[in-house]
Ligand binder design. Structure first.
Ligand SMILES: Cc1ncc(COP(=O)(O)O)c(C=O)c1O
Ligand SMILES: N[C@@H](CCCC[NH3+])C(=O)O
Length: 416
């Protein structure tokens, strides 16, 4: 059940009118539903039943500290890829012992900070990174728990830019060479290999690639056991897709159920790192139509949100549904290209959308809770949007709109 429904002709987030939010806070505006975030995280958590598990929300998806705090209160773990994300988790009240640290190039200072606060595990992505973690841990006289992120070379059948488990991706290490690297890790004085990690891509809409990847991971676990290396957890990454338009991703319970069937080991702890499947459909981006510009060849609706606010359509040609907040029948009915004010031809949020519009109308770009605000930029010196969390009838401003001082204040003139 989506938290975004029409009530008396106007789109609401839970019990709050999006038209009212636009009036109070301006546009562009990100709006998230607390109940949707909670329900989706809980669906992952509950699908595991009695299997030992940890659902580590991927912070990069939507890293507002209020979002992290809502999930931390449920007992969430977190998948991070930088010290910045770690600091967010800590400020949000997240438990460092439930944090896994992914990413291809963790800096020494980041590793130090993660060891200092006692994170759960580092997901190592290369031989060089193993050396670096061993060195930092030794300097601190600590032992770092690690997994090695392996590349099971399965086709995730998703957009090439967001597929990560193939041989020619920069992520992880070839699963065939992993036993050697595990042996080196086991021989390190300040590193303890405790898990196996893999993440094959994002926006997957089929179960098979996940199960194929797990099969290869299980074979590796057995090989390691023969080498005398005991594995205590399997981290199977994130990647479960959502419905943007007509995709039919598996239900969370079916996805987890298929993994547990294949695993067939009630004692093995399973970590997962879902992002999009928790936050994606918990958010919309509200925007206002500035001008209508119908031409002989194309009809443009120029809106106040742009590629700097939501880059997915420009970057991946991805489709996100765009609906009128208060649908009308007395405007101009046409196929519209919804374009922003940024000076780039690629600045669009939707193309050929059938809508009945007038200047001043409010639109909601759906499925914007994941990889929306976190990928926003200040291109064209545009302040980033404000963010709102709705909770029943309540509205919380969880990030104020940026000011021009926020944007320019870090810069200084050269002295002549
Ligand atoms: C290592 C890692 N874990 C988890 C995720 C979250 O992925 P998703 O949002 O597709 O669940 C990502 C992003 O793809 C990732 O790179
Ligand atoms: N940012 C991408 C997904 C990449 C996930 C990061 N590993 C998207 O919007 O679909």
């Amino acid at each position: 059940m989506t938290p975004f429904t029409y009530q008396n002709g106007t789109l609401f987030a839970e019990n709050v009118s999006l038209a009212q939010l636009a009036e109070n806070y301006g546009t562009p505006l990100y709006v998230y539903s607390r109940s949707e975030l909670e329900n989706r995280w809980k669906a992952f958590d509950q699908a595991f039943g009695k299997q030992p598990h940890l659902v580590c929300y991927a912070v990069k998806t939507n890293s507002n500290i209020a979002v992290l705090n809502v999930l931390a209160k449920l007992g969430a773990g977190f998948d991070i890829v930088s010290q910045g994300e770690l600091e967010r988790v800590l400020r949000a009240g997240g438990d460092p012992k439930k944090v896994v640290f992914s990413g291809v190039a963790k800096q020494p200072a980041e590793i130090r900070r993660a060891l200092e606060v006692g994170i759960r595990c580092f997901n190592i992505e290369s031989h060089a990174e193993l050396d670096r973690i061993q060195q930092v841990a030794e300097e601190m006289d600590q032992v770092a728990a690690v997994s090695i992120r392996v590349n099971p070379d399965v086709d995730a059948k998703t957009h090439p830019y967001i597929s990560t488990g193939l041989k020619d991706n920069k992520f992880g290490v070839d699963i065939n060479t992993a036993p050697e690297l595990y042996q080196q890790a086991a021989n390190c004085s300040h590193v303890n290999p405790v898990g196996i990690d893999c993440h094959i891509g994002s926006q997957l809409t089929e179960i098979t690639p996940f199960v194929d990847a797990l099969e290869r991971v299980l074979a590796l676990k057995n090989t390691l056991q023969e080498q005398g290396i005991e594995i205590h957890h399997l981290d199977l990454g994130g990647g479960l897709g959502i419905t943007y338009t007509d995709e039919t991703p598996p239900a969370i319970s079916d996805y987890i159920g298929a993994l547990l069937d294949k695993l067939n080991d009630p004692d093995m702890e399973v970590i997962i790192e879902p992002g999009r499947a928790i936050a994606g459909n918990a958010g919309v981006l509200l925007t206002q139509v500035e001008f209508l510009k119908p031409t002989e060849h194309k009809n443009f609706a120029i809106i106040d949100a742009a590629m700097n606010d939501l880059i997915r359509p420009a970057l991946y040609q991805s489709y996100q549904d765009i609906v009128a907040v208060t649908p009308r029948e007395d405007g101009l009915q046409a196929q519209w290209d919804l374009v922003g004010p940024v000076c780039e031809t690629g600045d669009f949020l939707g193309k050929d959308r059938s809508l009945n519009l007038q200047a001043g109308d409010l639109l909601a770009v759906k499925s914007a809770g994941a990889y929306g605000f976190t990928m926003a930029s200040n291109y064209n010196t545009r302040p980033r949007a404000a963010e709102i969390m709705v909770d029943g009838e309540q509205t919380h401003l969880i990030r104020r709109r940026e000011t021009y001082d926020d944007l320019i204040g870090l810069e200084t003139l050269i002295e002549e």
